[in-house]
Every structure is written in C-alpha cells, then in structure tokens.
Ligand binder design. Structure first.
Ligand code: UD1
Length: 340
C-alpha cells in the first residue's frame, strides 16, 4: 500500500480543511476520528472538493489497541498530523480529568506507535494560548510560556513538553509544533466548514448564527480592556491558510529540509483585530445587521494577542494570504448553506 499520512481528528474543523490541502498536494490520507464532535458527512464534502474520498477509520486515539491495529493494517504510515483533542475551554475547567485523559493519552499512544512502526514525522496542533498574555506584541516563538489559565491550555503546554522530551530522549521521528492563533472561516467551496455542536463558544460561529437568526443576540465580552476600542484583540486566520501551513511543515520534514528534529511555528496573520472591529467588518461585507450588546468580561480571556509570523514566513515560505473580509464572507456563505 502507498505511504499515507494519518490525520487524527480529520473530520473536524481544521482537520477536514487540512485533509483537502493534503490530497490536493498529492498525499494519500487516512482519517481516524471518534466522531465525538464531528460528522461522517464531512467525508462527502472532502470528496466533492478533491475528487477523492479519504480512508476513514472510526476509532478513539486513547484506545491503544485500536490504534495499534490501525497502524498495523495500513502498514506504511509515514507521518501523523494530530488534531484529535477536546477544545472547549469552559468544559475543561469543569471536567479536567476528561481533558487530561483525552488530550494527553492520545498523544502518548501516537508517539509510542510512531516509534513502534517507524513513522517519520508528527505535526501537532498547539495554540497561542501557551503564551498567556504576552509581555511583548506581536508575540514570537521565543516568548516565555505563561501558566495555563485552563486545563485545556495546560494540555497544550504539557503536550509540547511530551513531544520535546521524547525527541530529546532519542525518538527517531521529527516533529513540527504549530501554535495556532484564531482560525476562522470555511472552504471557499462551502462544502466544509465549522460545525459547532450546541451553543457556539467561539466568536465567529456565534456571529454567523446570530446573523442567520438562530441566536437572538451576540454578547461582546467586555469593552473596558486596555485596547483602542476597549474590546479584546485577536489574530484571526483563515482556516484554509492555516491548513496549507500543515502541508508545508509536513513536506519540510519528509523532504529532510528541517533544520532540527523539533521546530515550533506561530501560525497567524500578524494583524490584531478587536471584537468590535470583527462585528463592524462582518456587517460591512455581508450587509447583514448584527444584534449585539456589550456584556461583562468572560473569565479567563486574554486582553490582546497577535502573532509575529516571521519565522513561518521565512523558514516555511508560508504566509497567510486571505483578507479578513474574504474570511468572514466564507464563514457567512457556509452558515447560510448549513442553515438553509
Ligand atoms: C479560545 C481559547 C483558546 C482556544 C480557542 C479554540 C480562551 C481564553 N481561549 O480562544 O485557548 O485555543 O478558543 O477553541 O477561551 N467573544 C465574544 N463573544 C462571544 C464569543 C467570543 O465577545 O460570544 C470574544 C472573546 O472574548 C474573545 C474573542 O471574541 O475576545 C475570541 O473568542 P473565541 O473565539 O472564543 O477565541 P479565544 O477566546 O481567543
């Protein structure tokens, strides 16, 4: 069987967009997902865009036996892109053990199996949450890691340490740790996008659901921050730009071009936008009026963070290209499709 890339969480939001980019650049993909927060119908969307339906295995990455059997079945998995994880910050505060078990056990299982089967490379989904509130903006990869504000954030920090320590101890695989800023938007085809279960916790799905009339009103969490308009600032990156960076980081390792066995990259646009700027831009580009009100701060929110993406720009030769206008429009087209 031809060598494949195993994508854990490949039916999820960022995973599905990355599978599309992988297939479009000629990689053979196997998705493993437990479908706890995604739907098998995503495979149809991927097939429509790329003309190829990826192999799919329903399994949980915390199940060592099932994952061992999967590696054995496919024989030649040359790399793993590991998205599968729980990601709701609030839920992680209520159910910390679930988060530690899920996010850490799955990573440890994969690293052990990568050693057992001689898998060459790992791409790992980390988050700008590891920087907390940075002292210097834009934040680069050398900034100090701040104490995590939630069990979810802590799982990302510990995961980075697990990968680092295993490579220090002589593991043969290479790894690329990608620290995402705020991924938003959907594939331009509107065949795949974000499918939040229940009430969205993140800003953009809440905005699009409010615009579509599914939610009464958007709450803007705080206008008394030390920012120009008082609302929080983030670096919003189009999910397709983010997905493309995974392919570049992967190919760099597989082509033997990475300088070190472990590399870390920020994935952001380098531009910060406030919540109120997002609301204003969304209304301007879609022509839809958004009901919103200012409410109190959300506990645990960082005031402002945006990326210094220079390392990824220079070393990977990758740059986020989409404008925020196009990105918000893609999110809106996707929302209209799924709510019609
Ligand atoms: C959050 C997590 C981050 C995680 C990411 C992906 C926190 C502190 N951080 O990022 O670790 O990697 O989700 O799941 O939770 N906002 C509103 N109204 C809303 C929703 C959000 O005003 O209804 C504001 C928030 O206060 C924030 C911005 O919009 O300023 C973005 O929020 P969100 O989309 O939840 O992402 P983060 O909090 O940045």
């Amino acid at each position: 069987m031809a060598a494949s890339i195993l994508v854990t969480g490949g039916t999820g939001y960022i995973g599905s967009h990355t599978v599309v980019e992988l297939q479009q650049s000629g990689h053979r993909v196997i998705i493993v997902d437990n479908l706890s927060n995604s739907n098998k119908s995503v495979l149809g969307g991927i097939a429509k865009i790329t003309g190829t339906r990826p192999d799919f295995e329903q399994a949980d990455c915390t199940d060592f036996k099932a994952m061992d059997a999967l590696f054995a079945k496919y024989g030649d998995i040359k790399a793993v892109i590991h998205f599968a994880a729980s990601k709701a910050v609030g839920e992680s505060v209520e159910k910390p053990l679930l988060y530690y078990r899920n996010n850490l056990t799955s990573l440890i299982n994969l690293l052990e199996l990568m050693s057992k089967y001689g898998t060459e490379a790992l791409v790992f989904s980390s988050s700008c949450t590891v920087y907390g509130q940075p002292d210097v903006l834009p934040v680069n990869e050398d900034a100090p890691i701040k104490p995590a504000l939630s069990p979810y954030g802590n799982t990302k920090q510990i995961s980075e340490e697990i990968i680092t320590d295993s490579i220090k101890a002589g593991a043969r695989y290479k790894a690329s740790i990608l620290r995402y800023f705020n991924p938003i938007g959907a594939h331009p085809s509107a065949e795949i996008g974000e499918l939040p279960l229940g009430v969205p916790q993140n800003l953009i799905p809440y905005v699009t659901q409010t615009a579509a009339g599914l939610r009464e009103m958007l709450s803007v969490f705080g206008n008394d921050y030390n920012t120009p308009d008082g609302s929080c600032i983030r670096d919003y990156i189009h999910v397709v730009d983010l997905a493309k960076a995974h392919v570049v980081a992967l190919d760099r390792m597989l082509d033997g071009k990475s300088a070190d066995k472990l590399e870390i990259f920020n994935l952001g646009t380098g531009k910060g936008l406030s919540v109120l700027e997002i609301v204003e831009t969304f209304q301007r580009v879609t022509g839809v009026k958004l009901n919103y009100r200012i409410v109190g701060r959300r506990p645990g929110d960082i005031e402002q963070v945006w990326a210094d993406p220079e390392k990824a720009n220079k070393v990977l030769g990758w740059t986020a290209r989409e404008t925020v206008e196009e990105t918000l429009l893609s999110a809106w087209r996707w929302q209209q499709k799924i709510s019609s």
